[in-house]
Design a protein around this ligand. Structure first.
Ligand SMILES: C[S@@+](CC[C@H](N)C(=O)[O-])C[C@H]1O[C@@H](n2cnc3c(N)ncnc32)[C@H](O)[C@@H]1O
Length: 322
């Protein structure tokens, strides 16, 4: 996938004041901070950081949101999602992606602590062709603030949960869940640490009586976590020339690794099984590694003799339902 043209153009325009070497240096520093996972102060805290985030991270977090929200739409096509609450919105990434996928989206509320992100997000939103994004309501607020949040059809926390100290996690998640009429979507980096935050949210939501729509086909203990592994997926996105330059990269694409969870209050059937690794496609047979409804990991081989299944297996990717 690629970032919509209007977003690439708007991002270039934003950083036109900052030289690309300065943005590239800020991007390297931002990567270092995210890797160190020390969020005593916000990872993004200067205008150079914001330019770097927009140029180097926004395309990837947009791609992960796009993939996850597409899966939500695919598994619950009939459920109306007209209102969206984005917690830890940054530049508004989730709302941009949601507006591309959820055709019935009528209003979005974005909660963000950093006033500079809010200002920048509003400017970026002016470039959107979607009135829902242009008219979104922004609330400057700390997610740890104990006041309740307004109820929305879907609530998204994208790459924000991991920035909270673990002591605050359950309270923030509790408020997020109470404000979710139908769905709570959590997306984190596809690292051991990102998955640990998603898995902690999974345990918490199950305790609250939530159903799991994706990626898990079951509510039993996570077999990946039990094996000391981490459940994550990958979304390929095209890099623009500018994106490549800022990242000092030569490849025309990158693979964003992400972990996610969609909790729901509705009775909706999850996938029968989830493909949890790259399918191994050989001539005449395809091997799939699945997380199954029984709550266990299972390897299966689909051979050419099973015509329909083989045809489907040739199309599927890591992260798809099976
Ligand atoms: C990595 S950015 C993610 C931005 C966006 N959701 C995305 O997916 O691209 C994390 C955002 O969460 C915000 N954030 C972190 N802790 C917060 C808190 N306690 N209250 C409100 N916002 C917070 C940060 O200011 C930042 O904008």
């Amino acid at each position: 996938m690629r970032l919509p043209e209007y977003l690439s153009a708007a991002i270039s325009q934003f950083r036109s004041g900052a030289g690309s070497s300065a943005v590239a240096a800020a991007s390297r520093e931002l990567t270092r901070r995210y890797k160190s996972a020390s969020f005593a102060t916000p990872a993004v805290n200067s205008s150079a950081d914001r330019s770097a985030y927009l140029a180097a991270r926004f395309p990837a977090t947009f791609a992960a949101n796009f993939r996850v929200l597409s899966e939500l739409r695919r598994l619950a096509p009939q459920v109306e999602i007209s209102t969206l609450l984005d917690l830890g919105a940054g530049p508004g990434t989730s709302s941009f992606a949601a507006a591309e996928i959820l055709s019935g989206l009528a209003s979005a509320t974005l909660v963000e602590a950093d006033p500079q992100w809010i200002q920048l997000g509003k400017q970026l939103a002016n470039h959107s062709p979607h009135t829902t994004v242009r008219n979104a309501q922004w609330l400057q607020r700390d997610l740890r603030d104990p006041a309740g949040l307004p109820v929305h059809d879907a609530v998204v926390m994208s790459y924000a949960l991991g920035e909270l100290a673990s002591a605050a996690l359950e309270q923030v998640l509790g408020r997020a869940w109470r404000s979710a009429k139908n769905f709570l979507v959590i997306i984190e980096p596809g690292t051991k640490r990102g998955f640990a935050a998603v898995n902690a949210a999974r345990t918490f939501l199950i305790q609250q009586g939530a159903g799991l729509l994706a990626p898990c086909p079951h509510r039993k203990a996570c077999p990946m976590a039990a094996a000391g592994d981490w459940c994550h997926f990958s979304q390929r996105l095209e890099r623009t020339a500018e994106h490549r330059h800022i990242k000092g990269a030569s490849l025309g694409y990158e693979d964003e690794k992400f972990s996610y969870l969609i909790g729901t209050r509705l009775q909706l059937p999850p996938a029968q099984a989830r493909i949890v690794r790259h399918p191994q496609k050989h001539s005449g047979h395809i091997q799939l590694e699945l997380c199954t409804q029984a709550g266990v990991l299972e390897k299966t081989t689909v051979t050419k003799s099973n015509k329909d299944a083989y045809k489907r297996a040739r199309q599927v990717e890591w992260g798809d339902a099976w």
